[in-house]
Design a protein around this ligand. Structure first.
Ligand code: 13P
Ligand code: MG
Ligand code: MG
Length: 368
């Protein structure tokens, strides 16, 4: 029997800013999923990352299933009512459409889904980010699935020897899903050339090459500014990653977050800052909302999930957090100058662009 893992997240309001959902809002979403999902879901978990609520579900209905998507949409709508009643900041921020239209994809919330025949010892990691964009996953996914310097399993594990297929989406093409499939290692430089443009080209899925029906990774690639036509908050992507044996090991995948690499996002969605790994259910930082990533790993059998292990909680990650804080301050010393602040076409608010246009019109041409 095939199991579907669905991970859907949204920002429906934060306490005193873009920090975290209130306990009451979280409880509302949790209770809604619990009550209305009892015959639809095999298992579920509700947690938060900064100001985003994530709903992780297992079921047997396949991806893009209307009832699953509607369940979560309705839970977010119920949570938004509570957020509004408490005066939370940005209540309903990521619910960009008025009414549910059959598929939550394209309506604001981020969605990652994988359907698979469960292995006898299925291991899954879930990564959720706040204050950044989907391209923040490009580098860790490349390192874990294409670079033997980082991912020794590519050499050591016979089932990984053939490499992986990357499905990359062009997020600037809005009429349809414009995707390309490239194979690592043969197409490595093509993959790298695309993934370097993190704001446009984003890893959407990864498949095994030895077992091409094995879907290994799914990343939520929603870019809110393209749906809303203006800045309404950062995309705050999530990813599902199946790990172990024929896929990268849990520790190979986790290690690829130790760079605290620079990503777009942070305060007002307009800066380059390092991605800091933090424990599960962490609020956003008031040091300019440094981008954060949370990770959990768990086992599952017949769609039932075990308790999770919080993968960024052990002492090693204190060192990485220290490094991220230092990288953050180093970049902040640039103040408003690039690359600290994003280039004008990437700025999430119109203020600077309006100012520059006004100034441009008052420039004088002097030919002496
Ligand atoms: P969120 O996308 O997490 O709501 O953050 C928005 C923001 O601009 C924080 O400074
Ligand atoms: Mg917010
Ligand atoms: Mg957020």
């Amino acid at each position: 029997m095939k199991i579907t893992l669905s991970l859907i997240k949204a920002d429906i309001g934060g306490v005193g800013g873009h920090t975290k959902p209130s306990e009451k809002v979280l409880e509302t979403v949790r209770a809604f999923i619990e009550a209305k999902g009892q015959y639809l879901l095999t298992d579920h978990r509700v947690f938060y990352t900064g100001d985003d609520i994530a709903v992780l579900m297992t079921h047997t209905n396949g991806p893009k299933h209307e009832k699953i998507h509607q369940l979560v949409w309705d839970a977010f709508v119920a949570g938004t009512e509570v957020a509004k009643s408490q005066g939370l900041y940005g209540a309903g921020q990521d619910l960009l459409k008025d009414a549910f239209t059959g598929n939550i994809q394209g309506m604001g919330p981020g969605v990652a889904e994988i359907e698979f025949e469960e292995r006898p010892n299925e291991s899954v990691m879930v990564f959720t980010m706040d204050k950044t964009e989907p391209g923040a996953f490009n580098l860790p996914m490349y390192l874990a699935f294409a670079d033997p310097m980082w991912s020794p399993g590519l050499l050591v594990a016979p089932e990984m020897n053939k490499g992986f297929t990357f499905e990359i989406i062009d997020t600037e093409y809005l009429e349809a899903d414009k995707v390309i499939r490239l194979n690592a290692p043969e197409d490595l430089y093509d993959i790298a050339a695309l993934l370097r443009e993190t704001r446009r080209y984003v890893v959407r899925s990864i498949y095994s090459r030895k077992y091409p029906d094995q879907h290994v990774v799914s990343v939520a690639t929603t870019r809110l500014k393209h749906i809303a036509g203006k800045y309404v908050g950062k995309d705050d992507p999530v990813a599902l990653v199946r790990v172990q044996k024929m896929f990268p090991a849990t520790e190979e995948m986790g290690a690829c977050f130790r760079n605290a690499h620079y990503v777009g996002g942070d305060c007002r969605g307009s800066h380059q800052q390092p991605l800091m790994p933090v424990p599960i259910n962490s609020p956003a930082s008031v040091h300019y909302c440094i981008p954060i990533v949370q990770g959990i790993t768990f086992s599952m059998r017949n769609g039932k999930m075990t308790e999770w292990v919080d993968v960024f909680v052990d002492p090693f990650w204190d060192y990485v957090r220290q490094k991220a804080a230092e990288k953050s301050i180093a970049m902040r010393e640039q103040g408003f100058t690039e690359p600290s602040m994003l280039p004008r076409e990437e700025l999430e608010y119109g203020g600077i662009v309006e100012r520059l246009n006004r100034l441009d019109s008052t420039f004088e041409l002097k030919h002496d």
